[in-house]
Design a binder for this molecule. Sequence first.
Ligand code: GAR
Length: 203
Amino acid sequence: MLKKNKKNNEPLRIAVLGSGKGSNCQSIIDAIANGSLSAEIVCVISDVEDAYIIERGIENGIPSRFISAAPYKTKLDGQAEQNYLEELRRYDAEVIVLAGFMRIVKKRLLDAFPRRILNIHPALLPAFPGVDSWKQALDYGVKIAGCTVHYVDEGIDTGSIIVQRAVPVLDDDTPELLHTRIQVEEHKAYPDALRILRAIIRD
Ligand code: GAR
């Protein structure tokens, strides 16, 4: 499935998987549009039927659709995993970008895309894995928070780190304000990580 013989100058073929509003997907769309990332988003897939990321993809001319991950609530497994794989193969995706995709990716997908699946996490890993990490950081009382782009492995937010960006935690922060500040950095971190991955794959 992974084409080893792509020419060095060919755009990276990225599939974006997301469950939410897709602002990280937008940051990648923007980086491609302004010429700072040589890539093409070949498809967007969401496990949430009315997620805005689908609309965002369609508005940008990207094949974008909901694919159910039922009956599971927190993982992508079984027939659903197979359906995702078929869609990814249909669009000849090389790299999978998890952009707010709130499910655990299992072995079959990992084996089909070795070192080609990235995730963005709204904390400075290995601190605060799991959900609502910005809230965990605030509750813990850390003074520096941030985001991490990492390779996906079989653990939860455990894969090796590609890019991290830090933000200060302010005295009067709310979870929402902190998450917004982290997201500003996420939107720089994902294009940066994809530039690094592209260099690894193509050079
Ligand atoms: C991002 O903050 C991302 O780091 C987080 O979901 C948000 C998605 O935003 N992901 C996780 O918490 C994964 N554990 P977006 O839909 O606007 O890109």
